[in-house]
Design a protein around this ligand. Structure first.
Ligand SMILES: Cc1cc2nc3c(=O)[nH]c(=O)nc-3n(C[C@H](O)[C@H](O)[C@H](O)COP(=O)(O)OP(=O)(O)OC[C@H]3O[C@@H](n4cnc5c(N)ncnc54)[C@H](O)[C@@H]3O)c2cc1C
Length: 453
């Protein structure tokens, strides 16, 4: 549908933020997101300053039949933060972070990143569960669940939500919490951006840090032993311990096995609990030390820079069996990109103690999560990297539980809607569909891991 210059000018004039169009300077920057594979050209990018801008943008998109995308941190690999030829509600100017140290709560705007939030909360020695790479958006991560170093102790990011301000498809600004619109509150804790645009979040905070954490590096020829050690260690570890294992490449180009640890508790106790981790091997590099929580949250950032090409595959594993370990290691020997890492995370703890029916987040009982994070720079290498990732995923499917964490899904062009269903059990998926029918029957919010009404 064509939009007249006058209509556009009237719309832009009403906004507290601004509009960026293809002919404007800065358009190419405004349509850049974290995954450089995504090259979409929206007709309008609306830099929203507040919920009113969001309401106006929704009305404008509806009235002109424009596809609609919502951008929080713009970090999702799928590129759903952008659409071609449509309107992007860009929340990145919404940077409010208000910390209430007495109540231990935080109100956080829809465009805040975890780096920004962690820094503000840690100024008062507080934090809540968030993603392990600072540039990731609070919004997208929380709406899909949100795993991080604090999750085994304090639950997922969405488990720490007290309330959300949401603009629904009909343009209403609603507050959702346990008491108000509890059906929506259930849905936004794991159901992603399907039910509205979240303009602000209220979180519970916890006293955190300083902590013990960091990386232990092992040579690749001992990768099998390191992953066996990982399996045993995490299964017996207290909730204070979060441990990631990864096959990756060291800065000098050698393949390595990495164990990335955080102990969320008194550092002296952490020294004792993490001792076996530091003695095993021993590691060729032991960089586990006392640090601030903000520093812990920064250690993986250099491995996941913006502007690099990304293709990911992920799924929960039924078990980390000997055969699964062997498959991972053998396949990694042929990894085409030195930036690529095969990551394992272990859930459990407080994540598994929230009732499966209490929130939309799927698979509370999942333990090992496999994320094949393929990263490379040269577009000429797309094919070889995508093929390698898909081959590894295929080889790992026999060990998968069938479930997946919705926030790690990519575009999933081949598998499509089936992979979104796999993020939820069938009963939960049906409940999400019913909620979608109630709040967004036209599927206005469909640039996401879509629940079809
Ligand atoms: C390098 C990297 C590290 C990661 N680490 C973690 C991690 O430690 N733990 C973890 O759980 N996940 C992690 N993730 C996955 C992450 O949770 C998702 O990519 C998440 O979607 C990012 O949120 P965003 O706001 O940046 O995303 P965006 O790309 O902006 O949006 C993602 C989706 O959410 C929707 N959305 C975004 N904001 C809003 C809003 N305000 N209202 C409604 N819908 C919205 C979008 O429309 C889109 O569909 C990581 C991803 C990357 C790339």
């Amino acid at each position: 549908m064509s939009i007249s210059g006058q209509e556009l000018a009237e719309f832009a004039n009403q906004l507290h933020g601004g509009v960026v169009r293809p002919e404007d300077e800065g358009y190419d920057d405004a349509r850049k997101i974290w995954n450089a594979m995504i090259d979409r050209r929206p007709a309008l990018i609306v830099r929203c300053r507040d919920a009113e801008d969001v309401t106006r943008s929704i009305a404008f998109a509806r009235n002109h039949g424009l596809p609609l995308a919502v951008r929080g941190g713009g970090h999702n690999v799928s590129g759903n933060a952008l659409c071609d030829d449509g309107l992007v509600i860009d929340l990145s100017p919404m940077k409010e972070v208000r910390i209430d140290t007495e109540r231990r709560t935080a109100v956080v705007g829809g465009g805040v990143t975890w780096g920004e939030f962690d820094k503000a909360a840690q100024a008062s020695g507080l934090a809540t569960t968030g993603g392990v790479v600072p540039a990731t958006g609070v919004a997208g991560l929380t709406l899909g669940g949100g795993f991080g170093f604090l999750a085994r102790k304090h639950g997922l990011a969405c488990d720490n939500l007290l309330g959300v301000e949401l603009v629904t498809a009909d343009g209403r600004l609603v507050h959702v919490s346990d008491r108000e619109n509890p059906d929506l509150f259930w849905g936004v804790r794991g159901g992603g951006g399907n039910f509205g645009v979240a303009t602000s979040f209220e979180f519970k905070l916890h006293p955190v840090g300083p902590i013990l954490g960091g990386v232990a590096v092992h040579p690749f020829d001992r990768a099998r032993d390191a992953l066996r050690f990982y399996r045993k260690f995490v299964e017996g570890a207290p909730d204070e311990v979060t441990l990631f294992a990864a096959l990756g490449t060291s800065p000098d180009g050698a393949p390595v096995t990495l164990l990335v640890a955080g102990y969320i508790g008194p550092a002296e106790e952490g020294e004792r609990i993490l001792r076996p981790l530091r003695e095993f091997g021993p590691p060729i590099v032991d960089d586990i030390k006392r640090m601030s929580y903000v520093d812990l949250q920064g250690i993986l950032a250099p491995s996941y820079p913006p502007g690099v090409r990304n293709y990911w595959k992920s799924g929960f594993l039924a078990d980390l069996s000997e055969e699964a370990i062997d498959t991972l290691v053998r396949h990694f020997e042929r990894v085409p990109s030195k930036r690529t890492a095969v990551v394992l995370e272990y859930l459990g703890g407080a994540v598994s103690r929230v009732g499966e029916r209490d929130t939309a987040f799927g698979h509370r009982d999942a333990r090992f999560d496999l994320i094949i994070t393929s990263l490379w720079s040269d577009p000429a290498e797309d094919e070889v990297n995508i093929a390698w990732t898909r081959e590894l995923w295929k080889a790992m499917e026999p060990f998968a539980s069938g479930g997946v964490y919705v926030n790690y899904l990519g575009e999933e062009r081949e598998e499509g809607a089936e992979r979104v269903r796999a993020a939820y059990d069938p009963e939960k998926y049906e409940r999400l569909v019913a909620l979608k029918r109630k709040y967004d029957p036209q599927n206005l919010f469909r640039m996401n891991q879509n629940i079809r009404p």
